[in-house]
Design a protein around this ligand. Structure first.
Ligand SMILES: Nc1ncnc2c1ncn2[C@@H]1O[C@H](COP(=O)(O)OP(=O)(O)OP(=O)(O)O)[C@@H](O)[C@H]1O
Ligand SMILES: [Mg+2]
Length: 585
C-alpha cells in the first residue's frame, strides 16, 4: 500500500535503507563519485598545505630575515589558497550533481511506480500529498547519498589533515578580516540578489511540477484505461528536469560564496606575509604573532561542527529513504499474469455470481450474474449508490471480484493480458478527466494514430462539432487544467469523442451524458446505432431517454440485480423499476 509508510523507524531500518541506497546508486554514479573523491582529497590536502605553509613563513621569511623569500612565500600561500578554493568549488558542485542525480532518478522511479499502481491504492489519497512525498523522498535520498559518500568524508579528511597543526589565535587576523568585510558583503549581496531572482522562477516551476504530477494521478482511471502512463511519465520527467536544472543553477551561484571568502582570506594571508615581513625586518616584530594569525584561519573547529550537523541530517534523510523503498517495493494486488491477447471483435460479457466489497464487510455487489451478447446496447440503471460504477470498475479490472468471475468471450478477465483488455474497452467514466492541452490532443489520447477524418468523425459522433465551430481556436482550443475551460457537457463530449476514436469492441459510458441537454443527448444516443452491432455498449444512466434506445436494461438495486429485460417489459412487470422511472412516463 502506498500510504503505509513507516514514520518512526529504528536505527536498523535506517542502516538497511542506507546500505540499499548505496547498492542502488554507487554503480550508476561511479564516474561522478570518483571525481568527487578526487576533489575532496584536494580540499583536505590544500587545507593542510595552507596550515603547513606557516612553517615556511616563519623559517624562510622571519628567521632568515629574507625580503625576497617573503614574496615567494606570499606567492605560494596565495597559490595554495587559490587551489583550495578551486577544489572546494569543484567538490561542492560534484556534491550537488550527486544529490541531483540520485534525487532525480529516485523521483522518476517513484512516479513511474505510483502511476502503475492499482487503482485501489489511490482511494482516499490526495494526489498533491503523494507528489510532495515523492519530492521529499527523492531529495532526501539524494542528501543521504551525498552525506555518506562525500560530505562526511570531506570533513573527516580535513580534520585528519589538520590534526597535527598546533597554533594559537591572534587579534591581527580579526582586524585584517574586518578590512575585507565590506568587499565580501558587497559580493555576497550581489550573489544573493541573483539567487533570489532565479528562486522566483523556481517557485513557478515547482508549482508546475506538482500540477503536472497531480493532474495525471487524479485522473488515474483515464490514464489507465487509455494506457497514458507513458505520456504522464514523459510530462512529469520534463517538469522534474526543468525544476532540478533551476535549483542546480541557484546552488551553483550560492556555492561561490564559501570558496570566495576562503580565497579572500588567502589574499589576506598573502598581504599579511608581506606586511608582517616588512614589520619584522624594520620594526622587529616576532614570528610567533605571524604564525598565530595563520592558524586562526585554519582552525579545525569547522569540520567538527559540520560532521555533527551532517550526522543529524543523515538520520532524517535515511528515514525518508526507507519510506521510498516501501513504495518501490509495494506489490500490486491485482495479478498481471494474464496472457490471452486475441480479443478482437465483440465478445460475450458475462458476470458469474460476482460479489465485491471495498472494506471486507459490506458487499457493494452481491451475487451478480448476467451476460450481454456481442453488439448489444445495454442500459444500466439503479439508484445512486446501487453499484453501477463498481460494476464497471470490475469490467475495467480496476478491482477484481471478491468471489465469482467476470469474463469476456469465455475468458476470465484475470487471464486476459491487461493491455489487450484496455485496447478492447473504451470507457467514459462518471468523472470525465481531461489533460491540460487542446481538445484535439485530448481526443487523440484515445488513439494516437488517428487521422484528421477520424477526429472529425469522432467530434460529430459526440455532437461536439458545433461547440468546436464556435470556439475561437476551434479544435485547438486549450481545455485548461482538467478541462476547466469547458462546460460540464462539453467536457463530457470531448470524453465521448476520445472513446469513439479508440474503435473499441466494448464501449462503456458511465453517466457520460449526465451534464448534457436532452437534444444533444438524443443526438449522441442516435449515433450509437452506428457502432451498435459491431461493438457492445454499456450505458449507465439515471434518465429514461436512453432506455428507449437500449436493447435491454440492467436494473441494479442495492448491489443486486433487480431486473434485466427490455424497457417496456420492465415498466410493465417491475414495480421497483416503475417507481424509479415514474416521472418518465
Ligand atoms: N472506495 C470505496 N470504499 C468504500 N465504499 C465505496 C467506495 N467506493 C464506492 N463505495 C460504495 O459503493 C457503493 C456503490 O457505489 P457506486 O459508485 O458503484 O454507485 P453508483 O451506482 O455508481 O452510484 P451513482 O449513480 O451515484 O454514480 C456506494 O454505496 C458507495 O458508497
Ligand atoms: Mg456511479
Amino acid at each position: 500500500m502506498l500510504i503505509n509508510v513507516v514514520d518512526i523507524p529504528d536505527s536498523r531500518y535506517s542502516i538497511l535503507s542506507g546500505r540499499r541506497l548505496l547498492n542502488d546508486m554507487l554503480a550508476r554514479n561511479w564516474k561522478l563519485l570518483a571525481c568527487s573523491i578526487l576533489f575532496l582529497i584536494g580540499v583536505s590536502v590544500f587545507t593542510a598545505a595552507l596550515a603547513a605553509s606557516t612553517r615556511l613563513i616563519v623559517n624562510d621569511v622571519f628567521v632568515a630575515e629574507n625580503a625576497d623569500a617573503a614574496k615567494r612565500v606570499a606567492g605560494i600561500v596565495v597559490g595554495i589558497a587559490f587551489c583550495k578554493a578551486l577544489f572546494q568549488y569543484a567538490n561542492t558542485v560534484s556534491q550537488i550533481m550527486l544529490t541531483r542525480s540520485v534525487s532525480v532518478s529516485i523521483q522518476k522511479r517513484l512516479y513511474s511506480r505510483v502511476v502503475h499502481h492499482d487503482v485501489a491504492d489511490f482511494i482516499g489519497m490526495h494526489a498533491n500529498d503523494l507528489m510532495a512525498r515523492i519530492r521529499l523522498y527523492g531529495v532526501s535520498a539524494g542528501n543521504a547519498f551525498v552525506i555518506i559518500t562525500n560530505r562526511m568524508l570531506t570533513e573527516a579528511l580535513t580534520m585528519i589533515a589538520l590534526f597535527g597543526v598546533m597554533f594559537y589565535q591572534d587579534v591581527w587576523m580579526t582586524l585584517l578580516c574586518t578590512l575585507i568585510l565590506p568587499l565580501i558583503f558587497g559580493l555576497v549581496s550581489y550573489l544573493s540578489r541573483k539567487v533570489r531572482s532565479i528562486s522566483a522562477e523556481e517557485a513557478t516551476l515547482s508549482g508546475r511540477y506538482f500540477a503536472i504530477g497531480s493532474e495525471a494521478l487524479s485522473g488515474i482511471k483515464t490514464v489507465k484505461s487509455y494506457s497514458l502512463e507513458q505520456k504522464s511519465i514523459r510530462r512529469f520527467n520534463l517538469a522534474v528536469d526543468q525544476l532540478e536544472n533551476r535549483i542546480f543553477s541557484i546552488v551553483r551561484i550560492s556555492s561561490v560564496t564559501g570558496p570566495l571568502m576562503e580565497f579572500l582570506g588567502g589574499l589576506v594571508i598573502g598581504a599579511f606575509v608581506i606586511y608582517a615581513a616588512w614589520q619584522t625586518i624594520t620594526n622587529g616584530k616576532t614570528p610567533g604573532e605571524f604564525t598565530a594569525f595563520i592558524t586562526a584561519f585554519l582552525m579545525a573547529y569547522e569540520p567538527a561542527k559540520k560532521i555533527s550537523k551532517y550526522w543529524v541530517e543523515l538520520q532524517k534523510s535515511l528515514v525518508q529513504t526507507g519510506n521510498l523503498y516501501e513504495i518501490l517495493d509495494a506489490e500490486n494486488a491485482l495479478n498481471e499474469r494474464g496472457i490471452i491477447e486475441n480479443l478482437d471483435g465483440p465478445s460475450v460479457l458475462r458476470f458469474s455470481d460476482v460479489s465485491f466489497t471495498h472494506d471486507g464487510s459490506i458487499n457493494v455487489l452481491q451475487n451478480i450474474s448476467f451476460s450481454i451478447e456481442p453488439g448489444e446496447f445495454v442500459a444500466v440503471v439503479g439508484k445512486s449508490g446501487s453499484g453501477k460504477s463498481t460494476l464497471i470498475d470490475l469490467i475495467m479490472r480496476f478491482y477484481d471480484p471478491a468471489s465469482g468471475s467476470v469474463s469476456l468471450g469465455g475468458h476470465d478477465l484475470r487471464d486476459i493480458n491487461r493491455q489487450s483488455l484496455k485496447q478492447f474497452i473504451a470507457l467514459v467514466s462518471q468523472d470525465v478527466f481531461l489533460f491540460d492541452g487542446t481538445i484535439r490532443e485530448n481526443i487523440n489520447d484515445g488513439n494516437t494514430s488517428a487521422i484528421v477524418e477520424q477526429i472529425i468523425e469522432a467530434t460529430n459522433f459526440a455532437s461536439l462539432d458545433k461547440v468546436i465551430a464556435d470556439l475561437p481556436n476551434g479544435i485547438d482550443t486549450d481545455v485548461g487544467a482538467n478541462g476547466t475551460n469547458l462546460s460540464g457537457g462539453q467536457k463530457q463530449r470531448v470524453g465521448i469523442a476520445r472513446a469513439k476514436i479508440k474503435n473499441a469492441s466494448l464501449y462503456i459510458f458511465d453517466e457520460a451524458t449526465s451534464a448534457l441537454d436532452a437534444e444533444n443527448e438524443r443526438k449522441i444516443l442516435g449515433n450509437f446505432s452506428k457502432i451498435k452491432g459491431n461493438a457492445t455498449i454499456l450505458f449507465v444512466t439515471h434518465r429514461a431517454t436512453a432506455l428507449e434506445f437500449a436493447d435491454r436494461v440492467l436494473f441494479l438495486d442495492s448491489g443486486e440485480i433487480a431486473g434485466f429485460d427490455t424497457y417496456r417489459e420492465l415498466l410493465n412487470s417491475n414495480e421497483k423499476f416503475r417507481l424509479l422511472f415514474t416521472d418518465a412516463r
